[in-house]
Design a protein around this ligand. Structure first.
Ligand code: ADP
Ligand code: MG
Ligand code: MG
Ligand code: MG
Length: 401
């Protein structure tokens, strides 16, 4: 198309106007840049006449973080578009349709999901999403099973893994999630009021052992093609629909990392409900809904993953060794819980926070929610290798609020 440069609104319109599957010829389009501008531009292109829309997402060659900027590969746009195509094939209807990918411009043209809401926002407004647990557990089971050695040709899997090495975005995770929160780092970001908590994270050697083991697994285990950033800000919902976006961190890693991301974000919202819920009864009710959803995500995942294993496993030894399946599922549960804990901790003391907690308007309530999140997060990390059922997560959460 043309050499890389950040698109203007007019250029975005010109590109969108060529997508004939969506816009009638000669449509009068308008554009609005709606990204949060840290890593990517997101243009929302609309046709006032037909009411149709399209999204153009363009990677920027740098990440803007705390006023500074560090270079970041444009290849992540390829990774995102290729991941979306694979996810669409394995979990139809659960990701936006990709219309075009332009390597030169690091640009993905995709389905407009503006009729959905970002789940994090929805949960802050006490929304209920009856399809969510079923949809996201299908997404997780299908994408993780069919990209692993259990569900795809094992030589093809190695070749596919080679297209998703993603060293620069993995490095962000390795530093921001599995290192910075446990040391003194300029990347950390937390209120002085919880310095005692940060100090505890820096000095707990038992915690450090578990984080080191989780980090090792993230660095070395190419188990399946992960989404890699599956927080509730990467999930669009309505009561009838679920769509996963933003897989630019996709790489071959441990499955529990994706499942844990979903669980962590439900629990962070539950911690934030001391502010978002209007009264005690509403709070108890909504927290129960969130915990039930977390349980349903795990149970749905486990049931579907076992069914895929029983019906579609390509590995002879795995298929005929029932005890191996049980052992594998136990390890997946433990990884899920460990990664969920690590994800909660980083959202309180690390660089990037979540609105569910950060936007709490009352400083004392916010501090209490931060402390509750850290209690849950550290308990999940410390117990991960002992846990035998998801119910233990619910017990940890229930006693932390
Ligand atoms: P980033 O990688 O920069 O976080 P995202 O893919 O998460 O980019 O998109 C940023 C925001 O742009 C989303 O929170 C959402 O508001 C909007 N957006 C992204 N993709 C779509 C889409 N397909 N439909 C509608 N809005 C979208
Ligand atoms: Mg963003
Ligand atoms: Mg992103
Ligand atoms: Mg995003």
């Amino acid at each position: 198309m043309s050499a890389y440069h950040p698109l203007t609104e007019q250029e975005a319109i010109d590109i969108a106007s060529q997508i004939e599957e969506v816009f009638p010829r000669g449509a009068r389009l308008s554009s609005r840049e709606i990204g949060d501008g840290n890593l990517n531009l997101v243009f929302h292109i609309t046709d006032g006449d037909s009411g149709r829309g399209l999204i153009l997402k363009q990677a920027l060659p740098y990440a803007k973080v705390v006023g500074e900027s560090w270079p970041l590969t444009l290849d992540r746009a390829r990774i995102e578009s290729e991941a979306l195509v694979i996810q669409q094939r394995l979990a139809p209807g659960l990701v936006p349709k990709v219309y075009r990918y332009d390597a030169e411009l690091a640009l993905t043209v995709m389905e407009d999901l503006s009729d959905h809401v970002i789940m994090r926002r929805g949960l802050m407004e006490l929304g209920r999403y009856p399809r969510f647990a079923n949809d996201i557990s299908t997404f997780l089971a299908n994408t993780l099973f069919y990209t692993s050695d259990l569900g795809m040709n094992q030589q093809q899997k190695k070749i596919q893994a080679g297209r998703f090495i993603n060293p620069e975005l993995c490095k962000i995770t390795e530093d921001l999630i599995f290192d910075d929160p446990y040391t003194v780092s300029a990347n950390n970001n937390y209120d002085e009021a919880i310095e005692d908590e940060a100090e505890a994270l820096r000095t707990d050697s038992g915690l450090h052992l578990e984080v080191a083991l989780l980090r090792e697994k993230f660095l070395t285990q190419g188990q399946a093609l992960l989404h890699g950033d599956l927080h509730t800000g990467s999930i669009f919902v309505t009561p009838e629909s679920t769509k996963v976006i933003d897989p630019e961190f996709a790489y071959y890693g441990p499955m529990g990392y994706d499942i844990g991301a979903v669980i962590a974000n439900l629990l962070l919202n539950a911690a934030g409900q001391s502010y978002w819920s209007k009264d005690q009864a509403a709070r108890a009710d909504y927290r129960a809904y969130l915990l039930e959803t977390a349980q349903d995500v795990w149970t749905g995942f486990e049931t579907k993953f076992r069914a895929l294993w029983n019906e579609a496993c390509v590995d002879r030894l795995a298929k005929t060794t029932a005890a191996y399946q049980d052992d594998y599922m136990r390890r997946l549960l433990q990884d899920t819980i460990g990664y969920a804990g690590a994800k909660m901790v980083r959202r309180i003391v690390g660089l990037a926070h979540v609105a569910d907690i950060d936007k709490i308007g009352d400083a004392a309530v916010r501090e209490a929610a931060q402390r509750a999140s850290l209690r849950i997060g550290t308990a999940l990390i410390k117990n991960n290798r002992r846990v035998a059922s998801f119910g233990e997560v619910l017990n940890i959460a229930a006693t932390a609020f």
